[in-house]
Ligand binder design. Sequence first.
Ligand code: G3P
Ligand code: CA
Length: 274
Amino acid sequence: MNAPEVVAHRGATAEAPEHTLAAYRNAAVVGADAVECDVRMTRDGVLVCVHDRRIRRTSNGRGVVSALRLAELEQFRFGARRGRLDRWKDDEIIAVTDEPDVENGRVLTLDRLLEHVTSTPGVVRLAIETKHPTRHTSRVEHELVRSLRRYGLLQGDRPVEWAGKPAFRVMSFSQLAVRRIAALAPGVPTVQLIGKRLRPVRGELLSGSMTAVGPGLALLRSDPAFVAQAHAAGKEVHVWTPNTAADIDFLVSLGVDALITDHPDEALRRLGRG
Ligand code: G3P
Ligand code: CA
């Protein structure tokens, strides 16, 4: 059984506010294999690294990302630290804290993250998650592919390889988004994230062309046999978001392929790599 890859969820978010270069730098410093990043499209078609539909949890501003232009987003200060790391699924509003400024608090664009990652190629790979792709028809995927090409990460229809592995992969809860990426660049590894609604159609799901499936930890707690079924169907299993030693040990015992965690340092320690 291979040891799972360690992926820093939204950067090393236990160390720095999510989706900031500080969090991504920390992920590389602790030795994470990859970093996870959520992308959304602004009103003027720029991909930015923001998890929520609205910006008020992670900035001092208000509004919906897709309704704001980049210049408008740049007026706000981003980098608010989340209140409780184990409640990352909640939509509750957490008061913006007065964290020290990170990259001047400017919203992180995907291009800026790609520039950072490619400035030291091979150090840390990327797991990019597209959010709400239908809002912009296929513009999100087209723009994503364009950016990846611009930074030399996508050549032809395949990612460049760093240490024998693809430099990036693309994930989404949306089956439509995963299919769009596969159509635009068939050599790109894709991860079909699994939310509650996909559970009943597991057989159909596992017959798709994605490289991996991405269930939440809770799904595997109630249904650990899913890992073996996915492997039998030729799919890797990338799991979000194990944040405790017990979670990590449980997933390692199941033989999953990637741990997407807020605590990459803890995961690396459990795997004997820290
Ligand atoms: O990596 C998958 C995981 O990030 C999905 O959940 O809400 O953190 O984007 P979320
Ligand atoms: Ca995500």
